[in-house]
Design a protein around this ligand. Structure first.
Ligand SMILES: *[C@@H]1O[C@H](CO)[C@@H](O)[C@H](O)[C@H]1NC(C)=O
Ligand SMILES: *[C@@H]1O[C@H](CO)[C@@H](O)[C@H](O)[C@H]1NC(C)=O
Ligand SMILES: *[C@@H]1O[C@H](CO)[C@@H](O)[C@H](O)[C@H]1NC(C)=O
Ligand SMILES: *[C@@H]1O[C@H](CO)[C@@H](O)[C@H](O)[C@H]1NC(C)=O
Ligand SMILES: *[C@@H]1O[C@H](CO)[C@@H](O)[C@H](O)[C@H]1NC(C)=O
Length: 299
């Protein structure tokens, strides 16, 4: 076993939590484990049942264990951070493969997690987890592997392999997708901001574009994730449809991503195309240079 040097760092910061019971999106609150700080307190991602469409600041307390370059190996506690961070990457991966304006997946639970060092290539997590499709409120259980590249490749994106996801293909949103597509293909009129707004509201017409913004953000979050990040999309700042000559809808998004671990709010611009046939594609992703929303807490 490794001798680990453990530091306890406590961040208490105002975070953003979306509670949305209509679409069943998981809202995440991180709470300290007051009862037993001898166990790893860096855990707990619980789904909060809340009022409809609430967008409000909440106090998020993250208790993070910082170890000296030594990560836990073997069977992991499924509710602790290392397992949750790896599982979150699987959520983003599933969104990039299966997401649409009517299909968006959130991490629901981790049942089992195992981590091992793989010689010369990094660290591999084997996971059993469930994701929830928020629009139809359907739960899907999946088995997946996530490899975080190591050595000189640590800057590279994690590699994900999903070996099974029971019921994923049964979620059929094709009628809703086709109706949305026809509407906005004929009339390229989408232009909106603040999904949701500071009161948690959003016009029902705009909800599919909020979902599409989440799915597109998962492309960024998948590629930016490491073993020490935990990303969520906080808000669509604005979304503007652009005219296209081809069969795709094209939307220019400005989104705010939230890394729960560092407490950074990171703005990105995404140019996204979508059609029921071609699915979601991110044509352009760029981190916005002016980080006026970044609210890193002072130590
Ligand atoms: C989603 O489904 C679960 C279990 O099937 C149920 O308990 C829950 O109330 C549902 N949520 C919504 C918002 O419909
Ligand atoms: C605290 O956690 C440790 C390690 O998981 C466990 O062995 C111990 O029984 C726990 N103590 C209490 C009071 O829950
Ligand atoms: C999805 O539902 C539509 C009708 O809304 C049907 O035509 C189509 O075959 C279904 N697709 C799958 C894969 O079940
Ligand atoms: C196009 O959409 C705009 C805004 O939603 C609406 O005001 C306008 O009437 C629509 N035009 C047509 C031809 O449907
Ligand atoms: C969208 O938000 C970004 C960042 O705040 C801003 O730079 C851009 O001008 C906005 N676009 C529109 C169309 O409002």
């Amino acid at each position: 076993m490794h001798a680990t040097m453990t530091l306890w760092i406590i961040f208490a910061v105002a975070g953003l939590t979306v509670l949305n019971r209509v679409t069943g999106s998981p809202a995440e609150t991180i709470t300290p484990d007051d009862a037993n700080t001898s166990a790893h307190p860096n855990r707990v991602l619980e789904t909060v049942e809340g009022e409809e469409n609430i967008w409000k600041p909440t106090v998020v307390v993250v208790v993070e264990e910082a170890e000296e370059e030594v990560m836990e190996t073997g069977e992991l506690n499924p509710s602790h951070y290392p397992a949750q961070r790896a599982a979150k990457v699987v959520q983003h991966y599933i969104n990039t493969r299966h997401g649409s304006p009517y299909k968006v997946f959130g991490l629901q639970r981790v049942f089992r997690a195992n981590a091992e060092d793989v010689a010369n290539s990094g660290r591999k997590y084997q996971l059993e987890l469930s994701v929830q499709e928020m629009v139809h409120n359907m739960t899907v259980a999946c088995a997946a592997e996530v490899l975080f590249p190591g050595g000189e490749a640590t800057e590279h994106s994690p590699q994900v392999q999903v070996s099974s996801c029971d019921g994923l293909l049964k979620i059929n949103a094709s009628a809703q997708e086709e109706a949305l597509y026809q509407k906005y293909k004929m009339n390229q009129s989408l232009s909106t901001e603040n999904l949701p707004d500071s009161n948690g509201h959003m016009e029902p017409d705009h909800e599919p574009f909020w979902h599409l913004g989440m799915v597109a953000s998962s492309f960024v979050m998948l590629s930016e994730s490491t073993q020490s990040t935990l990303y969520n999309m906080a808000q669509v700042e604005n979304a503007t449809q652009q005219a296209t000559e081809n069969d795709q809808l094209k939307i220019d998004y400005h989104v705010l991503l939230h890394d729960i671990v560092s407490q950074e709010i990171i703005p990105w611009r995404l140019v996204v195309t979508w059609s029921p046939l071609e699915g979601v594609k991110v044509q352009k992703m760029e981190k916005s240079p002016n980080c006026r929303h970044c609210n890193k807490p002072k130590p």
